[in-house]
Design a protein around this ligand. Structure first.
Ligand code: ATR
Length: 282
């Protein structure tokens, strides 16, 4: 890596930040593409957040990712918030222009859709009858992107009903909200099941869902990537269903930001996937 005085600088802001995979992803691309640039992790405490954000344009940084717990807190500092970030209520990618103005985007949903397209090229979004499990930030991004992709229908079930109802009101009134207790009764006819909750992640219980009623051409996807193959994905594979594993969303959400800052659209290669997968087992 050769960094000169004209290097392009980007980074990621969070608290904590040591676990972030973004520096690995972006610096892999920087090196792979021979770019004169660097992507840096910034651990920023809440009391310093506003000072740091105001300072970033003044040190010539081209933009940054924003992660927990600041994806909502950043909103008041953004000069132009994109349509999807407004709807989702969170920003994960910021571009700083020549005048020091901040442009905020949310690339999680777009990244997830791209991941699905690449993992399952035969997927038809227009015919997809989707059930989403969860109603957190990730669910909001995915629900928005699926709605934009004109899927046939979206239903959502979540332990806390009110959060699912709020999501429906914010994202699209056509979304059907299914009470948590009824989740097993509505799988018939669903051909895209996505776990967007924390269930199945290391340290959380697994998702208690009987997938026997899913049609034989259904796709099952999980955004949990630790472990790589969740109980849900194992059950789906045992039934011979197509699966899309969790790491893809993390990798593909990084693509638009990298392109904005460094001017080249990078590829999610199998080497990059292996590298990030190895990190998530550390
Ligand atoms: P993110 O921003 O990554 O989506 P989040 O906002 O913390 O994360 O959302 C976590 C999701 O996992 C929520 O849908 C949460 O359900 P609640 O809205 O009821 O909290 C869900 N979740 C986490 N632990 C759960 C559990 N033990 N049982 C059921 N759902 C759970």
């Amino acid at each position: 890596m050769h960094i000169t005085g004209s290097a392009t600088i980007a980074g990621v802001i969070g608290n904590p930040i040591h676990h972030s995979k973004s520096p690995t992803i972006h610096n892999y691309w920087i090196q792979d593409l021979g770019i004169n640039g660097v992507y840096v992790p910034f651990h920023i405490l809440p009391e310093d957040f506003s000072t740091v954000i105001r300072m970033l344009p003044k040190i010539g940084i081209k933009g940054f990712n924003i992660t927990l717990p600041y994806k909502e807190a950043i909103l008041p500092f953004i000069d132009t918030v994109s349509e999807e970030a407004k709807k989702i209520g969170a920003v994960n990618t910021v571009k700083i222009n020549e005048e020091g103005k901040l442009f905020g985007y949310n690339t999680d949903g777009e990244g997830y859709i791209e991941h699905l397209r690449r993992s399952i090229p035969s997927i038809s979004f227009k015919n997809a009858k989707v059930l989403l499990v969860g109603a957190g930030g990730a669910t909001r991004a995915i629900a928005y992107a699926l709605h934009q992709a004109n899927v046939a229908s979206i239903a959502i079930t979540n332990r806390t009903l009110e959060k699912a109802q709020q999501l429906m009101q914010d994202i699209a009134p056509s979304i059907e909200v299914v009470p948590w207790e009824k989740r097993n009764d509505m799988l018939e006819g669903i051909n895209l099941l996505i776990n967007t909750s924390s269930l199945g992640m290391v340290g959380f219980p697994s998702l208690d869902l009987n997938i026997d009623a899913l049609p034989s051409d259904a796709i099952v996807s999980d955004i949990v990537y630790k472990p790589r193959f969740t109980e849900l994905l194992k059950k789906a594979e045992a039934r011979g269903l197509k699966i899309a594993e969790g790491l893809g969303m993390l990798l593909y959400q990084a693509v638009p930001g990298f392109e904005m800052w460094f001017g080249v659209r990078p590829e999610v290669t199998s080497d990059l996937t292996k590298l990030v997968m190895a990190l998530s087992h550390e």
